[in-house]
Ligand binder design. Structure first.
Ligand SMILES: [Zn+2]
Ligand SMILES: [Zn+2]
Length: 267
């Protein structure tokens, strides 16, 4: 089982300059592929790393913000070949599906095998991967849920965008790997996590490995490895910084560069 990071950007200044790529991450177990938070560029990044979008079994949105959902319809279209090959599962919060401003086009829904509503405590089986809604986060008034992903005896937690709440790490206890969206270097009252918050969450959750991602400008310009080292020192938990086009091997907890297979776009 491995996780391919297609992007690691967070915040407008980094996402909309593509100083770091966006596009979420892909979980690959033996026979199942699940794409989490396919933000801008996700579809192109999959092609670049040699993953056929038609081979994706499921798409999970932690919330409906554009940096997590921009390519969801493109991926459904690619997965189903415009409806000729129906199938695939989408898991997303209620307001992403049926809210005032849903992000999954109604036209695409009938192409899918099913759409399931993500909630705190919900459980979704996609092939050999089980995705659970771990915790409802406070995040700019949109329905937002952290995830627990289990496959082949490995448990990965995903602490998506959130305002830090004391004790939230408890919901992510028992994970081998915990991915945390850390947009800011220092805490701000803006419903996003900082490196300081990541330290608290890691101390509470005690995973074997922490992975920080979804970096805003402050963290990018400070340095991703420097940020990871700082969080590691403060928390006492091993920490890596995610980068686009790297994969984390979940049997060794080692992060490696991917060889790009298709030369379109940035190298
Ligand atoms: Zn968000
Ligand atoms: Zn975000």
């Amino acid at each position: 089982m491995r996780i391919i990071f297609l992007g690691c950007s967070g915040g407008r200044r980094i996402t909309f300059t593509q100083k770091r790529a966006s596009g979420g991450f892909l979980i690959e177990s033996e026979n199942t592929k699940v794409h989490v938070d396919p933000g801008p560029g996700a579809f192109i990044r999959l092609i670049q790393v040699g993953v056929d979008p038609a081979s994706i079994d499921g798409i999970v949105l932690s919330h409906r913000h554009l940096d997590h959902s921009a390519d969801v319809n493109t991926l459904i279209e690619a997965r189903t070949m415009g409806g000729w090959n129906p199938g695939g599962v989408v898991v997303a919060p209620e307001d992403a599906i049926n809210g005032d401003d849903p992000v999954i086009f109604r036209y695409h829904r009938r192409q899918l095998e099913r759409i399931e509503v993500l909630k705190e405590g919900s459980c979704h089986v996609i092939g050999s991967v089980t995705v659970k809604g771990a915790l409802k986060h406070t995040h700019h008034g949109v329905e937002t849920y952290g995830l627990l992903v289990e496959t082949s005896g490995v448990r990965v937690g995903y602490v998506t965008d959130a305002k830090y709440q004391k004790g939230m790490g408890e919901a992510y206890k028992g994970c081998n790997v915990l991915i945390i969206n850390t947009t800011f270097k220092n805490p701000r009252n803006l419903d996003h996590l900082s490196l300081h918050d990541a330290v608290e969450i890691l101390k509470e959750a005690e995973p074997e490995l922490g992975v920080i991602t979804h970096f805003g400008a402050e963290v990018v310009f400070w340095g991703l490895d420097r940020a990871a080292k700082w969080v590691q020192k403060q928390s006492g938990i091993p920490v890596l910084a995610a980068r686009e086009f790297r994969f984390l091997d979940l049997s060794t907890l080692f992060m490696e560069k991917l060889k790009l297979k298709n030369p379109i776009g940035i190298q």
